[in-house]
Design a protein around this ligand. Structure first.
Ligand SMILES: CC(C)(COP(=O)(O)OP(=O)(O)OC[C@H]1O[C@@H](n2cnc3c(N)ncnc32)[C@H](O)[C@@H]1OP(=O)(O)O)[C@@H](O)C(=O)NCCC(=O)NCCS
Length: 150
């Protein structure tokens, strides 16, 4: 299995996974949002896929926060239903954290209905719960200072 940036022609396969995990409506939203990676915008999202033999098994995205340049967001982490619980989601999130950490970011924020997945494997902490505790806004502090001497 390879983890690499998504290709434009794979947007439909990635969004289909969202369609299967959630709904047709979310599939359309995901498709539009992934498409933003290929547009010339100031703050551009990036998406990576877990691929095997040319097939997209899962994906996930990240973006730098608007103005708060040291903060990044992770979103749309989705693994094909028939491929879940095989470590693919873990591999995707691990890679996303590694990419963001290499940018010397301070913090990662994400919203999820699967807080245990992020807490157990990656030590994200719940900051706020909403929609009757269905969703958790979680944070992971990567570093507390950039220690730059100026
Ligand atoms: C959540 C998700 C991304 C995890 O990916 P995955 O490939 O299935 O996860 P992994 O195989 O890497 O599992 C890692 C751990 O997460 C936990 N986990 C995985 N799926 C879980 C679930 N549905 N509920 C609770 N815990 C779960 C397990 O404890 C697992 O640990 P284990 O290996 O000791 O069993 C995937 O199940 C998915 O796409 N779900 C639907 C979409 C979704 O909810 N996305 C997250 C929203 S941010």
């Amino acid at each position: 299995m390879k983890i690499r940036p998504i290709k434009q022609k794979e947007i439909k396969f990635a969004s289909k996974i969202v369609g299967k995990n959630y709904s047709k409506e979310y599939e359309k939203i995901a498709s539009k949002e992934i498409g933003e990676m290929f547009r010339n915008v100031i703050t551009r999202p990036n998406y990576i896929v877990a691929e095997e033999k040319g097939e997209v098994l899962g994906f996930g995205g990240y973006i730098q926060s608007w103005m708060d340049y040291n903060v990044y967001h992770i979103f749309w982490v989705n693994v094909r239903p028939d491929k879940q619980r095989k470590g693919i989601g873990t591999a995707i999130v691990k890679k996303l954290i590694e990419i963001i950490n290499n940018k010397k970011a301070f913090m990662i924020l994400l919203t999820t209905s699967k807080p245990k997945f992020y807490a157990k494997k990656f030590k994200f902490k719940t900051l706020v719960k909403f929609k009757n505790n269905k969703y958790n806004l979680m944070g992971l502090i990567l570093r507390k200072s950039d220690n730059v001497i100026d």
